[in-house]
Design a protein around this ligand. Structure first.
Ligand code: GUN
Ligand code: ZN
Length: 476
């Protein structure tokens, strides 16, 4: 039996690139989303024109908005409690002073279990139906994460954070070379497509996750490349950080270049990790690879990412928090790389992807001279939904309301967050219907906060925070 959800629909239809997102924006004020009993979208269009199916169940959401679920392409599970971390400096100080010690706490399985429950609850509260999750170093913590995610019904790609080198503060996160490979292989064997056995339907998938080049040796990079060569065909992912902090001399990028003797940071992930960017083993780039940040890429690096199908998780909230700079929007998009949104919790101190889109709007309009761009509301919506599905190489399955895709959607009730309701009702609107539509979508994306997300659905099934896990409720 089908279920019909009535509401005010916004989505980006088809499969546009970001520059064509505005043409692909669909608004249906009296919309209907018809979902089959297997959770697939059977119809998305005006409610008056929907096919009347025998025994149809109709849920009228009134003036609520129906939007595709948000997709977070970069979020750290073991930083679930770290959005308030004062590091006394930029990336490397913050890692040493706050993050490595915080992540070490997940060695305690009970702590890790609670962290997995809280992390999953926060994902539901913020409507993040699919995510690339940077994992914990500890296998028991990863088991808890996958188990919680599966019982909630969310989608996840994750892998344990791999570290074989680093400062004393990271000691408990660092393993031997052989353990790094063995634990990663074990996680793939245990969790990759553990639910359906098939990457084209699985909600649980695994990534190979070297923390960043400063956390691994050339030996690790070679072994991970070899491991990845063996599992690529099974749809395993790769996830890491790239070109985030460019403080001269002592920052991340200069340290990577000095340590490895490479011409570019990307080379370390591209198999060219030996001095002079000489090839040392198989690379880790490809359609299922997502690099977080990519703020300070050269044109050659962007071209190589586009060539290999490697995507970027764009995390402006985090980049503001750590003073990492601004990814040049126009230049990055012009290179042909898919750019999707990432919260980067905990350097990002917001869980909601629309808050990331809001900061994206602000930082890119502030870029200097001709680089400044006023992102269209449809480009923002695209970046937080369909681009994420594309970056995850699962665009055929979700990301918008095209017929045949899984019904991953949010029900947004502005009345649950009065400041949002007020701007939607009383904000200025153009007489031109297209412009008024764009203004309304912009108001929705800029004003949305967690309380207004009334329902979260994955493949047609409602996902709910367990009553004892509610993220806004205090816990002793
Ligand atoms: N680079 C290496 N590790 C991290 C991390 O945990 N967060 C961010 N933002 N960058 C990193
Ligand atoms: Zn990160």
């Amino acid at each position: 039996m089908s279920t019909t959800h009535l509401g005010h629909i916004f989505h980006i239809a088809g499969s546009p690139t970001v520059d064509l997102a505005a043409d692909a924006l669909v608004e249906l004020p009296d919309g209907a989303l018809v979902v089959s009993d297997t959770g697939a979208i059977e119809y998305c269009g005006p409610r008056a024109e929907r096919p009347k199916l025998p025994g149809e169940v109709v849920i009228d959401h009134g003036s609520a908005f129906l939007m595709p679920g948000f997709i977070d392409t970069h979020i750290h599970f073991p930083q679930v409690y770290s959005t308030d971390a004062y590091g006394g400096g930029q990336l490397l100080e913050w890692l040493n002073n706050c993050i490595f010690p915080a992540e070490a706490r997940l060695a305690d399985p009970e702590f890790a279990q609670q962290a997995a429950r809280d992390f999953t609850a926060r994902r539901i509260a913020s409507g993040t139906t699919a995510a690339m999750v940077f994992g914990s170093a500890f296998p028991a913590a990863q088991n808890a994460l996958f188990t919680e995610t599966q019982s909630a019904g969310l989608r996840i790609v994750s892998g344990r954070g791999i570290q074989t080198a680093g400062p004393e503060t990271a000691a408990s996160l660092i393993t031997s070379e052989s353990d790094a490979i063995a634990l990663t292989a074990e996680e793939i064997a245990r969790w990759h497509c553990a639910d359906t056995g098939d990457p084209s339907t699985a909600r649980l998938q695994v990534a190979v996750v070297p923390r960043f080049s400063l956390s691994v040796t050339t030996h690790t990079l070679r072994s991970l490349g070899e491991l990845y060569d063996d599992v690529r065909d099974r749809g395993v992912y790769v996830h890491s950080h790239l070109n985030e902090n460019n403080r001269p001399g002592t920052g991340e990028i200069d340290t990577v270049k000095a340590l490895f003797g490479v011409e570019s940071y990307l080379d370390t992930y591209d198999g060219k990790f030996l001095p002079g960017s000489v090839v040392g083993g198989p690379g880790l780039l490809g359609r299922r690879t997502i690099m977080a940040h990519a703020v300070h890429c050269t044109d050659d690096e962007l071209a190589r990412m586009a060539q290999t199908g490697t995507s970027i998780a764009h995390c402006p909230v985090s980049q503001l928090f750590l003073g990492s700079g601004t990814m040049p929007w126009k230049r990055t998009i012009a290179a042909g790389v898919t750019v999707a949104a990432g919260t980067d919790v905990g350097a990002g101190d917001e869980w909601l992807i629309s808050r990331v889109l809001s900061d994206a709007f602000k930082v890119h309009i502030t870029e200097p001279g001709d680089a400044s761009v006023s992102l269209h509301p449809a480009e923002l919506l695209f970046t937080g939904t369909l681009a994420g599905a594309r970056a995850l190489d699962m665009e055929d399955r979700f990301g918008n309301f095209d017929v045949g895709k899984d019904a991953d959607f949010l029900v947004i009730e502005p009345d649950r967050w009065p400041p949002l309701a007020a701007t939607i009702e009383r904000g200025i609107r153009s007489d031109d219907p297209d412009h008024a539509r764009d203004q309304l979508l912009f108001a929705l994306l800029m004003g949305l906060r967690e309380p207004a997300i009334a329902e979260v659905h994955v493949a047609g099934r409602r996902v709910e925070v367990r009553s004892d896990d509610h993220p806004t409720r205090g816990r002793a």
